[in-house]
Ligand binder design. Structure first.
Ligand code: NAG
Ligand code: NAG
Ligand code: NAG
Ligand code: NAG
Ligand code: NAG
Ligand code: NAG
Ligand code: NAG
Ligand code: NAG
Ligand code: NAG
Ligand code: NAG
Ligand code: NAG
Length: 444
């Protein structure tokens, strides 16, 4: 809708209306075809081309049908206002043929947004609907249910700088909801993600993944999914995650990392504060299926997964042999209800279902250091507070876990801290040896 203070000076074609704001800010209202048969991507791209620099792009309260890829990488000083829903088509063969390269892990995407000074507002109602139910059914019939070549992410923020996204909703993303790559100074506030499948259990529907990015703020996210709620991957630095509600998924993940042989990657300066975590198991999944998958087996509040020093296959499903470190992580004020695994888990022996063998689980050259977790309370189904399977070559150092108050259903305290290659633990004592074996979720 066009606010009344904007004088409409021209209506151009049928694809979108073109209006001139009084402050010389050009506005485009995207006109949808109002039918699944009509691909609205050309109209959307047209609006971005006309008004994507020093202008405004408005989506009305209606459904826009997106049947083809969109690469909008040239935005500059633009307000994007989304009052309606963008709904992606489910022509799986089309998307596998046409999804675009993200630039890491052979990952692909349906929609790229990039540029400088981009302000997107969904006002709490603007929605990206990935229509993932068809994808979730389809992927379960494939050999690799975690990563499948060219299965697209819903949205990729690529080379986006000095930008903000507020109040947007994401429903049933095709795969990961949001990949954020080569992006800096980005605030993502009040984002709601629900990737719970209606008819099949979703798989590999991370809330967000950061890669080669810095100064990214995730504030007030609500994520319902079955995989990483938010995941920080290669060269993610100065990341803040605050005031979030994470439901059913695996929690906040660092990694997987160390997947590329000989490459030096880091995750540095991460602040995680005030996270509310709850497992309300939804009924769609068959528990026996879940055990075969690497997802939904356990719920973890915070975990780190790195590859070993042995390379087995190639990304995204295989890899290893990477270098680097994780450091400067401050985690405070976590509240849990019904955790299903260790609150804090480290595995340096990542493997995915369908991937080749793991190799040696304690020879990773990727080091974990300077991690402090404080103020963790709530209920858990696991007696483990921590499961730290660190590398013998580059042991975990300066790890603090303090002020933990986690209780089992019978009200006894969860008090087991399992360690392998942890030097000078602080705030806790190791109570036993950790298991050593391949994992995608942090424990064995
Ligand atoms: C996908 O690509 C293949 C091979 O190029 C082609 O035969 C097929 O028609 C394409 N399918 C769609 C839906 O675009
Ligand atoms: C997206 O568009 C930009 C600018 O046109 C181009 O440089 C980039 O290669 C495109 N990305 C993909 C994955 O096609
Ligand atoms: C993509 O996969 C191929 C082989 O499957 C591998 O050689 C290549 O390194 C991968 N690229 C990235 C960027 O992960
Ligand atoms: C947080 O995000 C939710 C949407 O998930 C929204 O309803 C709520 O108003 C936001 N809270 C604040 C304080 O902005
Ligand atoms: C998430 O989606 C599922 C499946 O449609 C639905 O049952 C559930 O109510 C949704 N949760 C929220 C909080 O909207
Ligand atoms: C990742 O960060 C490391 C350490 O700063 C740097 O050496 C490496 O070049 C970076 N990799 C990429 C692909 O930017
Ligand atoms: C499944 O993953 C394995 C390990 O990366 C790979 O060798 C195989 O080619 C993949 N299969 C498909 C269909 O992608
Ligand atoms: C794995 O590597 C570590 C470090 O090099 C070594 O101490 C250990 O013996 C190796 N384990 C096996 C089973 O080879
Ligand atoms: C230990 O790690 C914490 C948390 O990152 C950091 O603040 C502190 O400076 C580190 N201490 C040393 C001696 O490195
Ligand atoms: C931990 O909780 C206590 C009591 O609620 C509070 O005083 C303290 O500031 C918290 N610590 C951190 C690091 O937030
Ligand atoms: C409480 O439950 C845990 C886990 O099931 C069990 O190991 C423990 O013995 C129980 N404690 C009591 C006092 O019943």
């Amino acid at each position: 809708m066009v606010p009344s203070f904007i004088a409409i000076v021209a209506i151009v074609a049928c694809a979108f209306s073109f209006v001139e704001a009084n402050l010389h800010r050009k506005s485009c209202v995207v006109k949808g075809g109002q039918s699944k048969e009509i691909d609205d991507a050309p109209a959307i791209l047209h609006a971005f081309k006309e008004c994507g620099q020093h202008g405004r792009v408005l989506f009305e309260p209606q459904t826009y049908y997106v049947n083809s890829v969109m690469n909008v990488s040239w935005l500059k000083d633009v307000d994007i206002e989304i009052h309606g829903t963008l709904e992606w088509s489910t022509d799986i063969m089309y998307w596998l043929n046409n999804s675009m390269d993200v630039g890491y892990q052979n990952q692909s995407t349906a929609f790229i947004i990039g540029g400088d000074n981009v302000r997107i507002n969904g006002f709490g109602t603007g929605t990206f609907n990935g229509n993932g139910d068809d994808w979730y059914k389809w992927i379960r019939q494939q050999e690799n249910t975690s990563n499948y070549p060219d299965r697209p992410h819903a949205l990729t923020l690529s080379r986006l700088t000095n930008s903000a996204i507020h109040g947007l909703r994401f429903l049933r993303s095709q795969m990961w909801t949001m990949s954020i790559i080569h992006s800096h100074n980005v605030v993502l506030d009040s984002i709601f993600v629900n990737n719970t499948g209606n008819s099949a259990q979703s798989s590999n529907t991370d809330g967000a993944d950061t890669i080669y990015s810095s100064h990214v703020v995730f504030n007030n996210w609500t994520v319902y999914n079955g995989d990483d709620s938010i995941s920080l991957k290669a060269n993610s630095t100065d990341i803040t995650i605050s005031n979030c509600k994470l439901r059913n998924g695996l929690g906040i993940a660092i990694g997987s990392i160390g997947q590329y042989k000989g490459q030096f990657e880091t995750v540095d300066r991460v602040s995680i504060n005030n996270i509310d975590y709850e497992n309300t198991l939804h009924a769609v999944s068959d528990p026996n299926d879940a055990l075969k998958e690497h997802m939904l087996i356990m719920n973890i509040q915070f975990y780190v997964k790195t590859w070993t020093d042995d390379q087995n296959g190639y990304p995204p499903n295989g890899g290893g042999g990477g270098l680097g470190y994780l450091s400067g992580v401050e985690v405070t004020n976590l509240k849990a209800t019904g955790l299903r695994g260790a609150a804090f888990a480290v595995s340096q022996c990542t493997r995915f279902s369908g991937a080749p063998g793991v190799g040696n689980c304690t020879n990773s050259q990727f080091q974990i250091k300077d991690v402090a977790i404080q103020n963790l309370s709530g209920t858990t189904k696991s007696t483990r507070v921590a499961s730290l399977q660190c590398s013998a070559i580059a042991p975990c150092t300066n790890v603090t876990i303090a002020n933990v108050d986690l209780h089992l259903a019978n009200n006894t305290e969860a008090n087991s801290y399992l360690c392998g290659n942890v030097i000078n633990p602080m705030g806790f004592m190791c109570t036993g040896d950790v298991c050593v074996g391949g994992s995608a979720t942090g424990e064995c």
